[in-house]
Write a protein that binds this ligand. Structure first.
Ligand SMILES: Nc1nc2c(c(=O)[nH]1)N[C@H]1C(S)=C(S)[C@@H](COP(=O)(O)OP(=O)(O)OC[C@H]3O[C@@H](n4cnc5c(=O)[nH]c(N)nc54)[C@H](O)[C@@H]3O)O[C@H]1N2
Ligand SMILES: Nc1nc2c(c(=O)[nH]1)N[C@H]1C(S)=C(S)[C@@H](COP(=O)(O)OP(=O)(O)OC[C@H]3O[C@@H](n4cnc5c(=O)[nH]c(N)nc54)[C@H](O)[C@@H]3O)O[C@H]1N2
Ligand code: SF4
Ligand SMILES: [Mo]
Length: 744
């Protein structure tokens, strides 16, 4: 008789973090389904059922290419020659090499790269803070972290979420986001709100499926969101559609802000943004009149050079219309309470101040550096009792770190550990990243696969996935709830594989490098027991008693979440106690306290010389199912659904260039060229080209120079990481609104 088991946990393959049942027969994974009993399943249910990644779970899990044992390089770097070693040997040797680097160059010569929120990175920070280096680089710099940092700088709350309340929310403003492809749980919530009468406004240069459902769609020129949003503010002020009571009582710097907004009348902004003035007015009125409204920005905004200014404008818009922290509007999320938080695990105070000051890029790009982080998060902590975690909110500047590896300036970086990160595919300017990694004394990768980045490593460590490890999902302490579950399957199977959790890596190195007293928990599960102890549960009990889901309740002094106008009780966690339209934090850091439109560093406007050679605007990285960033290319059933990288070109441009639908075309920028397959798209603005990101070909040769076809279709070969082109406040690098030319 076969034995069937069902284990409940959280799927970590994408940001939806669905609650799932893992079905196991005779010890083998057979399928992943939605957890029907889970309280959030009412919303998430159709997401799991329709999710191509969840359906391919067994194919993913038992794929022959999955890493099973630690590997040590046996040939030259990138030669594709590996020797299987034990975990003990791998950890001993890596620890001893890290110690060598620390002795010779200082702890700051060791860096780490993290990816999007998929693993328990709070333990990574703990290890590096105790080790003594501030040089953690990661995607939060241009994804989500930046948005939380601007939001908490202005308000002390995280005010960006797609959580419309059907029947209450009257308007949904979507800025540079395509949830139909990117976040399907949110997409369902938006459709539900629409069914109950909410207006939808979409700002996107492409007519996405999301835009197709909109009441109004603003097809702007990429990189000009700040001007567009300031113009909407201009209209709302001119027509006195703003919430005077909220502004008078709760906003700081209204007059200065209003003066700045006068620079952005719709007629002038129409020329900058390509959006007709009347459409700007229509959108401004629609958003201001239909209250409460929620607004949500994502990568279209966060990955442009003028990111901080655009985000600032976007939160001003929300504030002056009285939408901040109200039910059905932009609920404000303070750090989640009730358990031991990520920020407490990180031990940021253990990193000595003189080491923090060495963080690369922090002298120039202050918002997400130690200085900005401390300034902003100490306000948050004063009011809310805890900070947002460093993970995702405090970084060394990645492009500058790669330069330091190559030049030794401002000081040498000699070692890096990439865990849950594939920098050759997902960081800008691949050639720079490639040369930097090749120059290191030590490069370690922990992943599920031999990715192109892993192919360059000295040691490759096989990670246990969410299917083989316990889970506690807190979304960087900003979710407002905790989800979790026990490990569905064992990470080690005698004779088949020996995988470990990322926690095991950080702890394993920690105990070898003198940090033993800080790692009392032998396993990730024990570490999670500790985190849950204030609730009175172990992870096991949490999973069975609470079905792995907890929502903390606020008392009157700390009203929590869901738009309860927390400011009326505790004020805003900012230096002035108000929502800062005029940001005293930015001012103190030495920047413009108000938003200003700046042309992208590569722009078709004006007479930039490079626009003559590269006349088209390039946007990259629009999300598409079933892939997730650089993942899933080796899963046959998923690859069949989307076999090739696609570049979208407007038919008018294509006709002029002699390009037909289905042609493989070159996409060239001043950094180089790659090719993708052309899809003619009437929905993309003429003069704009959109290319997918994350493309490598696992089926191609592993060794150099191929590295699984790294240089063929990977759009980051041509993206821009020049620090002079990064946002001057955050250091964010532009992945959207570049210039290119395309040809057959
Ligand atoms: N040009 C361009 N570049 C972009 C973007 C864009 O739009 N355009 N988007 C950017 C954004 S928003 C993001 S978030 C980044 C994403 O950047 P990354 O996070 O680097 O990308 P992924 O491919 O999702 O994941 C990297 C690796 O982590 C591994 N992995 C997944 N889960 C785990 C785990 O639990 N443990 C370990 N050890 N490994 C794991 C995967 O197998 C994969 O090889 O890409 C960025 N890069
Ligand atoms: N299938 C799938 N889902 C994913 C991911 C994935 O890799 N695959 N990645 C996950 C991650 S880490 C993230 S961060 C999210 C991102 O999720 P989203 O940001 O929602 O998705 P994107 O498609 O990256 O970008 C949204 C839109 O920005 C538009 N855009 C480009 N330039 C501009 C501009 O200058 N201004 C404006 N207003 N819009 C512009 C693009 O046309 C695109 O339609 O998706 C998550 N979900
Ligand atoms: S991959 Fe699918 S099941 Fe997993 S979290 Fe994302 S949408 Fe949910
Ligand atoms: Mo992201």
């Amino acid at each position: 008789m076969s034995e069937t088991q069902v284990k409940r946990t959280v799927c970590m393959w994408c940001h939806d973090h669905c609650k799932v049942e893992v079905h196991i027969e005779n010890g083998r994974l057979v399928r992943v389904e939605e957890d029907k009993e889970h309280p959030r399943s009412a919303i998430l249910k159709p997401t799991v059922r329709a999710c191509p990644r969840a359906r391919a779970a067994a194919e993913w899990f038992y794929h022959p290419d999955r890493l099973s044992y630690p590997l040590k390089r046996s040939g030259d770097r990138g030669e594709g020659k590996w020797q299987r070693i034990s975990w003990e040997q791998a950890l001993d040797e890596i620890a001893s090499k890290l110690e060598d680097v620390r002795k010779e160059y200082g702890a700051e010569a060791v860096a780490t790269s993290s990816g999007t929120y998929r693993t328990h990175d709070e333990y990574r920070r703990r290890f590096f803070n105790l080790f003594g280096t501030p040089n953690c680089i990661g995607q939060g710099h241009i994804c989500w972290g930046i948005n939380n940092m601007v939001s908490t700088a202005l308000s002390g709350l995280c005010c960006n979420a797609v959580t419309p309340r059907p029947g209450i929310t009257k308007c949904v403003l979507l800025i540079g986001t395509n949830p139909r492809q990117a976040e399907r749980g949110s997409w369902r919530a938006i459709l539900n709100a629409r069914k109950e009468g909410a207006k939808i406004i979409v700002i996107d240069p492409r007519r996405t499926e999301t835009a197709e459902w909109a009441d109004t769609w603003l097809q702007l020129r990429p990189g000009t969101d700040c001007a567009l949003l300031m113009s909407m503010i201009n209209v709302i002020l001119e027509e006195e559609l703003y919430d005077k009571e909220f502004v008078d009582k709760w906003c700081y710097g209204f007059d200065q802000m209003a003066e700045r907004a006068r620079d952005y009348p719709p007629d002038k902004v129409a020329a900058i943004t390509w959006v007709p003035a009347e459409k700007i007015r229509e959108a401004a009125r629609m958003y201001a009149i239909n209250r409460p409204g929620i607004s949500f920005n994502y990568m279209g905004v966060e990955q442009q050079a003028n990111v901080v200014q655009a985000l600032h404008a976007r939160f001003i818009l929300s504030a002056i219309t009285g939408n901040i922290d109200v039910r059905g509007g932009d609920i404000g999320r303070p750090p989640t309470q009730g358990y031991i938080s990520e920020s407490e695990i990180e031990l940021g105070d253990k990193l000595p101040r003189e080491q923090k000051l060495k963080q690369i890029g922090s002298d120039r790009f202050k918002l997400l550096s130690w200085e900005g982080y401390d300034m902003i998060q100490s306000n948050v902590e004063r009011v809310w009792g805890r900070r947002l975690p460093e993970t995702h909110h405090c970084f060394a500047h990645a492009p500058s770190v790669f330069r330091a590896m190559l030049t030794g300036q401002p000081y040498p970086i000699r070692a890096m550990i990439s865990a849950s990160s594939n920098p050759l595919l997902t960081m800008p300017n691949t050639d720079m990243v490639y040369r930097a990694i090749k120059s290191l004394d030590l490069y370690v990768v922990m992943d599920f696969w031999l990715t192109p980045s892993a192919e360059l490593a000295d040691y490759v460590l096989p990670a246990a996935s969410w299917l083989e490890r316990p889970c506690l999902s807190t979304a960087c302490d900003t979710a407002g709830f905790i989800d979790g579950g026990e490990a569905p399957l064992p990470a080690v199977k005698e004779g088949e594989y020996d995988r470990r959790t990322d926690y095991d890596l950080w702890r394993g190195l920690g105990v070898r490098l003198g940090q033993e007293e800080y790692w009392p928990w032998k396993t990730l599960e024990e570490a999670y027991d500790y985190r849950l102890a204030p609730l009175g549960y172990t992870l096991k009990e949490f999973s069975s008693s609470l079905n792995g889901h907890f929502v903390p309740k606020g008392d009157s002094s700390t009203p929590l979440y869901t738009g309860k106008k927390s400011y009326e009780k505790v004020g805003f966690a900012t230096p002035t106690g108000k929502f800062e339209l005029y940001s005293t934090v930015l001012e103190k850091l030495g920047y413009d306290p108000l938003p200003v439109h700046k042309e992208p560093p590569e722009s078709p406007v004006g007479d930039m010389e490079i626009a003559r050679e590269f006349p088209l605007v390039l946007i990259t990285g629009g999300r598409f199912l079933p892939m997730y960033h650089s993942e899933h290319r080796q899963i046959a059933s998923l690859r069949e659904q989307h076999p090739d990288p696609i570049v979208q070109v407007n038919p008018q441009n294509a006709f002029e260039l002699g390009i037909a639908d289905g042609d493989w075309i070159w996409i060239e920028t001043p950094r180089g060229r790659i090719k993708q397959k052309c899809q003619l798209s009437k929905g993309i603005a003429p003069g704009v080209v959109h290319a997918e990101h994350g493309w490598w070909f696992p089926e191609m040769r592993a060794e150099e120079p191929s590295l699984h076809g790294l240089w063929i279709s990977n759009i980051n070969v041509v993206t821009d990481d020049n620090p002079d082109h990064c946002n001057e406040i955050s250091g964010g690098w532009p992945l959207r609104a570049l210039l290119c030319k395309v040809y057959r």
